[in-house]
Design a binder for this molecule. Structure first.
Ligand code: PLP
Length: 228
């Protein structure tokens, strides 16, 4: 086993531990390997030991490093802000867009996609951080009124980035907000799927598991620190 594969095993056993601590089933929690800044070879190395889902945050980087054909079963999601003028490229490169943060972007994706496109809607759950995402539940639901009639863009759930420097209480409060928002969204839009909750990164995935995360996005703890 390589160091990378060992790191993955450690994280998986940590996920299993957290799941049992919080009364969750580890099978309901998927590990996404956030491979931004790392070469495709590192992704292949992880894929070889069973890592299927990867996250990239920039269209341009993905365009430069991903080969045109990729191993069957490898799934690469976009997890960073997407400008509408790069939507077409993103559709060619990614299997899912996990960071849809405006109705404008969703409309663009719907108009360009030629097959079903899984998406997550990104919500700001810690308003003091300046980052992308729908501002609040009201803005999210307003966009969903339109998105719910789309044929290709297919909602799978919600995504958030927790407060990067916060206490356990603050971080868990943000993650709990994503969960309760998904519950209310399901009541309001029962025809849509809100089962995926993408929350938790290297430093806070245990809290995210406690609050119901089904998809944790781990970069640093898996690959080591990023340069630059
Ligand atoms: C980089 C990134 C991650 C992974 O962060 P780590 O702290 O390195 O685990 C997760 N989610 C998003 C949206 C990111 O951009």
């Amino acid at each position: 086993m390589t160091d990378l594969q060992k790191n993955r095993e450690e994280i998986l056993s940590d996920i299993a531990k957290a799941a049992s601590t919080y009364g969750r089933n580890a099978r309901d929690i998927t590990l996404m390997a956030v491979s931004k800044t790392h070469p495709f070879q590192a992704m292949e190395e992880l894929f070889a030991c069973g890592q299927l889902v990867f996250g990239e945050n920039r269209v341009q980087e993905a365009q430069e490093k991903l080969p045109s054909g990729r191993p069957q079963g490898m799934r690469i999601h976009l997890i960073g802000h997407l400008q509408t003028n790069k939507a077409k490229k993103a559709l060619e490169l990614f299997d899912a867009i996990d960071s849809v943060d405006s109705l404008k972007l969703a409309l663009k994706l719907e108009s360009l996609a030629c097959k079903s496109l899984p998406i997550l809607l990104e919500l700001k759950t810690a308003p003091e951080e300046s980052k992308s995402g729908f501002e609040d539940e009201h803005a999210l639901f307003q966009a969903l009124e339109t998105i719910s009639s789309f044929n290709k863009v297919s909602v799978k759930g919600l995504m958030t980035i927790g407060p990067l420097a916060g206490s356990e209480t603050e971080i868990r409060k943000a993650f709990a907000l994503l969960r309760t928002t998904a519950e209310r969204a399901k009541q309001r839009f029962p025809e849509l799927d809100f089962s995926t909750l993408s929350m938790g990164m290297s430093s806070d995935y245990r809290y995210a598991i406690a609050e119901g995360s089904t998809l944790i996005r781990v970069g640093t703890r898996l690959f080591g620190p990023r340069e630059g």
